[in-house]
Design a protein around this ligand. Structure first.
Ligand SMILES: C[S@@+](CC[C@H](N)C(=O)[O-])C[C@H]1O[C@@H](n2cnc3c(N)ncnc32)[C@H](O)[C@@H]1O
Length: 192
């Protein structure tokens, strides 16, 4: 059986950097990218923000690229890459979760994410989390970036999506959603 829950489509590097900015990383954070692909989010988190970062993916070839990229960037001491199913990944060390997965996968992860300690930030590229609405979201060009912050008081009885299925860019955030941030300083800052 095909084990992958989403194809490999890398997040553009400028979107990666914006995702890291909106995650509001602190030195003691540990970031995990669930379905890390070539490790770009993990490596950039360590390289630009100096945080520990973990990548999980099923694809050994992509994990080999990720490890090589960490070596090139000189951040081997801060990062680790694990081969495994993201739906079963150990989240116990993480304080920041990065996602570029389909909504249906995010929804399967959601009960575990909601149960993470209060203050945990979850940053997703493009796809949402059903009726768990993002605290904030931004558009970087055509790329939606969504952020949740676990409060410990989430009340999510059902799985009714707040989506606009079939919208042109597959974004499941209505562009008029109140959480949308316009003219975000994170997005428009000069990139390092
Ligand atoms: C859309 S790509 C995102 C890659 C990276 N996070 C990024 O944003 O550039 C999705 C990744 O998830 C991985 N993947 C899909 N299903 C998975 C699963 N069940 N467990 C672990 N990794 C998975 C794929 O191999 C792929 O690398």
């Amino acid at each position: 059986m095909y084990p992958y829950d989403a194809p490999y489509i890398p997040t553009p590097i400028e979107v990666v950097r914006a995702m890291l900015r909106v995650a509001e990383l602190r030195p003691d954070d540990v970031l995990i990218d669930l379905g890390c692909g070539d490790g770009r989010i993990v490596v950039e988190a360590a390289r630009l923000h100096g945080v520990r970062a973990i990548g999980v993916d099923l694809d050994e070839n992509l994990l080999a690229c990720a490890r090589a990229s960490a070596r090139t960037a000189g951040v081997e001491g801060l990062v680790s890459f694990r081969c495994g199913n993201l739906l079963e990944a150990d989240l116990s060390e993480a304080s920041v979760v990065m996602l570029y997965m389909l909504t249906e996968v995010n929804l399967r992860l959601r009960p575990r994410l909601v149960a993470m300690p209060a203050g945990t930030r979850i940053v997703a590229h493009r796809f949402g989390m059903g009726e768990w609405e993002p605290e904030r979201f931004w558009m970087l060009g055509t790329a939606p970036i969504l952020r949740w912050r676990v409060t410990g008081e989430e009340d999510l009885p059902g799985t009714k999506p707040f989506t606009t299925p079939g919208s042109a860019d597959r974004c499941d955030c209505p562009t008029d959603h109140p959480a949308r941030q316009h003219d975000s300083p994170f997005i428009h800052e000069e990139q390092p």
